[in-house]
Design a protein around this ligand. Structure first.
Ligand code: ATP
Ligand code: MG
Length: 352
């Protein structure tokens, strides 16, 4: 039980003592028929929150004892009625003490459970935040390592190829900045900060994400089909977040095609105007597809079917899309691939 908060403790102690004496004297000098002793209940109620559980029980015992003593000392009225009133008063004191202490204990454990829930929620969101950052910086970090290796090879040549080495260093700087941007975006998502919006052409952002994933698509012999609508209205979005969403979908698509024979690895990306207020893009792969039972869990944090997977990519992508007022959905035929569709509201000034 948390330590009771003392509110003007000396005054309360004085009141309790005064009432104790007053009730005892009144109970002793009045007739047996008048059950003054029930007023000991008031004293118990006053002591709650001021005394410890043990203190309240001792006080209740004292009240019971004083009730009995008054019965012995009283001289007026029928002793039988006094005995009955004494029994009633003692029962009332005991019941009140029991009920009040039980309520206080229940309140304390509810309070403790609530504090525990807050601690768990904080840990969970901290865990999700850490996992999200780790997940999202993985790609730029891998790119930095690749460019670093390339840079060293250009420098080790005889004679060293300074131009190529410089290009590799430029890529390192670019990817390091990207990693920094990504961390900022994930942190601001966790803190519900406003988005860094800018008016963009979705096709350009998709082109940028494809360029980032180019190494992976080439290494995995993936054939890419693009069907990008012309004259799309602009979207008012956080470029870094949308890049992350497309990047995560591309990565999942590539991973879903790992087990397919090379000639069956096809990736299609489309953009189109969904209706007057929204534009959309889809990412379709020819990979393993998704079982119907799995569709319900796909976007949950830490849900994964991959050995080395974190199960974070889709959950953070959905958070990013929804922060933009958009939606993300999936359709799939098992063993025939999957299509992820993301729709985003168009920038308001294009709606006039
Ligand atoms: N294109 C896809 N085809 C088939 N299954 C997919 C596809 N995209 C996602 N999935 C399924 O959804 C699960 C969750 O995807 P998500 O990107 O959230 O996590 P992950 O890829 O498993 O791990 P990571 O956090 O490293 O990205 C995957 O484990 C996979 O089972
Ligand atoms: Mg993933």
């Amino acid at each position: 039980m948390p330590a009771p908060r003392h509110n003007r403790p000396k005054l309360r102690a004085a009141v309790i003592l005064f009432l104790l004496v007053a009730v005892f004297v009144a109970d002793t000098v009045t007739k047996f028929e008048i059950a003054i002793a029930v007023f000991y209940i008031l004293i118990i109620l006053l002591a709650i929150g001021y005394m410890s559980t043990r203190g309240v029980i001792l006080l209740a015992g004292l009240c019971v004892g004083l009730t009995g003593l008054s019965l012995l000392l009283s001289r007026h009225g029928s002793f039988e009625a006094g005995l009955m009133n004494c029994g009633i008063s003692i029962a009332a004191i005991a019941t009140t003490t029991y009920l009040v202490l039980k309520t206080v204990a229940a309140q304390a454990s509810a309070f403790e459970a609530q504090a525990q829930m807050v601690r768990v929620a904080r840990l969970t969101s901290l865990g999700a935040l850490t996992a999200s950052i780790a997940h999202e910086v993985n790609q730029p970090l891998a790119a930095i390592a690749t460019s670093g290796g390339a840079c060293r090879r250009w420098l080790d040549r005889d004679p060293p190829n300074i131009d190529k080495a410089r290009q590799a260093v430029d890529r390192i700087v670019h990817d390091a900045n990207r990693a920094g941007d990504v961390i900022t975006r994930v942190r601001s998502l966790a803190k519900s900060e406003p988005l860094h919006r800018e008016a963009l052409n979705l096709n350009d952002t998709i082109g940028e994400a494809i360029a980032i994933a180019q190494n992976e698509t080439e290494r995995n012999n993936i054939i890419l089909h693009l069907s990008l609508a012309e004259d799309l209205p602009q979207v008012l979005v956080d470029r870094v977040q949308i890049l992350q969403v497309v990047g995560n979908l591309l990565l999942n698509a590539i991973e879903a095609m790992h087990v397919m024979p090379t000639f069956k690895r096809e990736l299609e990306i489309t953009t189109f105007q969904e209706d007057r207020d929204r534009i959309a893009f889809t990412v379709t792969d020819s990979g393993v597809g998704i079982k119907p039972a799995a569709l319900d869990h796909l976007f949950e944090a830490f849900w994964t079917t991959k050995e080395g997977g974190m199960g974070i990519g889709l959950s953070i992508s959905r958070s990013f899309v929804e922060a933009h007022g958009g939606q993300i959905a999936v359709t799939s035929t098992p063993r025939m691939g999957a299509t992820f569709r993301v729709s985003l509201p168009v920038a308001e000034r294009n709606l006039a």
